[in-house]
Design a protein around this ligand. Structure first.
Ligand SMILES: NC(=O)c1ccc[n+]([C@@H]2O[C@H](COP(=O)([O-])OP(=O)(O)OC[C@H]3O[C@@H](n4cnc5c(N)ncnc54)[C@H](OP(=O)(O)O)[C@@H]3O)[C@@H](O)[C@H]2O)c1
Length: 340
């Protein structure tokens, strides 16, 4: 049923943005759908009306162009729409060696889209939300916000910006009822890699489901969480690993992931090196996560404390030393007998 609220989603014409639009519509939000592909947006608007009886306003806009965000804001204001939730999803990547392969004009447009448009959209709509003391924003960062990403260097840097920017705003907004959430998906099965010019890189062997990503993101956004890493323990461990591992090791792993499958050596040596680092670090990270979880449970913490208390392990240690001395003594006696 229509709840009378409105969510504005940039990048709603495909992928994660489109999945998010479905979830908002299911909960009765009207929508403002923004992207370049008018036909895809109109089709989505039609489906959302048929399935959920929510209204959608379609705004065709290239957000990599100067002042595009302001034009979107003006159109929304002219129609008298109050945006209760803003989702800054529109984004793109670009694949290739920065020094020799990628094109500056495309990189400039990418920075404009991922950084400037996201920042300006946030600036314009957040001001109104703070004035009303209500509202929610979801910013599309990425797991590569916290790791280097060779061969998509500019993209990863833009996502580091989005993540950092969002975390700072969370603090600035802490005395208001406005919340802002950073979404950090792992590699996801959308048009993203194709469009970035990286269709057959190793990482595309294992892609997350965009529906799952949107579901986890939506839940976190509604709760006002500071950040969300969709998926299971592996994606969470990846985050911990990114904080503890040396940057060179992370860059090496990501380089492996971003290598076209045809260019990988058949003997798998690059894989072994990347995985040796990855598995070692992931094991450490998982041990850390397990300890943190265990210690957050009082009963488990108590059992661990009991186990490491000297009253419990000293007698066992003394017993072990006694047996070791006996073993050595017996062995020494037998050796002397044999010699004599
Ligand atoms: N897929 C992944 O592995 C992954 C992982 C982490 C984060 N992310 C982030 O998730 C977000 C969504 O990407 P996706 O994976 O869903 O990829 P996608 O299917 O390619 O969707 C990208 C969306 O952004 C819109 N967009 C692209 N350039 C635009 C422009 N210049 N102006 C306006 N809209 C534009 C596209 O619509 P039009 O083409 O119609 O304009 C499309 O709706 C991006 O910010 C991406 O960086 C993706």
């Amino acid at each position: 049923m229509n709840n009378g609220k409105t969510a504005l989603i940039t990048g709603a014409s495909s992928g994660i943005g489109q999945e998010l639009a479905q979830l908002f519509a299911r909960d009765g939000f009207n929508l403002v759908l923004v992207a370049r592909n008018t036909e895809a947006l109109n089709q989505l608007a039609g489906r959302l009306w048929e399935q959920h009886q929510v209204e959608s306003v379609v705004i065709t806009k290239d957000l990599s162009e100067e002042d595009a965000a302001e034009e979107v804001y003006d159109q929304v204001k002219e129609r008298g729409i109050t945006v209760d939730v803003l989702v800054n999803d529109a984004g793109a990547g670009l694949y290739g060696h920065f020094a020799t392969e990628t094109d500056w004009e495309r990189e400039k447009a990418l920075i404009h889209l991922n950084v400037l448009a996201t920042t300006q959209m946030t600036k314009l709509f957040l001001k109104d939300m703070v004035a009303r003391n209500e509202g929610k924003i979801l910013n599309l960062a990425s797991l590569v916000s916290i790791t280097p990403m060779p061969l998509m260097a500019v993209y990863a840097a833009t996502k580091a910006y989005v993540y950092n920017f969002t975390q700072s705003l969370i603090n600035e907004l802490k005395d208001t009822k406005v919340t802002i959430t950073a979404l950090l998906p792992n590699a996801t099965d959308t048009q993203f890699f194709n469009r970035a010019g990286a269709p057959d890189v190793k990482v595309t062997d294992h892609l997350d489901d965009p529906e799952m990503v949107a579901r986890d993101a939506y839940k976190a956004l509604m709760k006002g969480a500071h950040k969300v890493i969709p998926g299971g323990i592996v994606n969470k461990a990846y985050e911990v690993m990114s904080y503890v591992a040396p940057q060179e090791a992370l860059a090496g792993m990501m380089r492996y992931n971003m290598t076209p499958k045809n260019d990988l050596k058949p003997d798998g040596s690059e894989k072994s090196a990347a995985w040796a680092w990855g598995l070692g670090i992931a094991a450490l990270a998982l041990a850390g996560v397990a300890l943190a979880v265990a210690y957050s449970d009082d009963k488990v913490a108590e059992r661990v404390r009991n186990r490491v208390h000297p009253d419990n392990w000293l007698p066992e240690l003394e017993g072990a030393i006694r047996s070791a001395r006996e073993l050595v003594g017996n062995g020494w006696g037998k050796a002397r007998e044999a010699v004599s």
